[in-house]
Design a protein. Sequence first.
Length: 197
Amino acid sequence: MSRATVRILNTATDTSSLYTTLDKLNLLNPDRLRPSWDAYFMALASLAAQRANCMKRRVGCVVVRDRRVISTGYNGTPRGLLNCGEGGCGRCNAGQGSGEGLATCLCLHAEENALLEAGRERLREGAVLYCDTCPCLTCSIKIVQVGISEVVYSQEYSMDSMTAAVLREGGVRLRQFVPVSSHLECFRASERVIMSY
């Protein structure tokens, strides 16, 4: 049971009600049985975000080409400096508001770390950047420069329209990933609730 991806609480009073409800669950949906490539790479980006050491925001990024991971990145202070949470970035530790003191922030963005890790030679035409947050304006300029073909993101960011304009002008496709419905579904069967998660 602990390894099951779907669990169903059977509260149906008869088998007919159970089968009707099971049909509504669409258990054989391919996205439920095996994640799409977008869902898979976005999950890897979210996993990378867990390594972030920036105190302001945790962001993860994965760069792929031909459905193979080229590099990953997360935001935080550069190699060799104290982590953000240990006092490494004065801007983050001063508690400045969103958008304030950005020029003094020592944290690299997840996209920057992934691009630096990969290098331009490995990125070439066809590379796709997955990021759990829409890239900022500065990162979008770097994304265009290294030749990324497409950017897929899940969460919005305050600079989305400026980022979109830069990427569009640079010939980079931008799209938001919207996952298939959550794994919690409720259905009424004979006035009882059936859930899958």
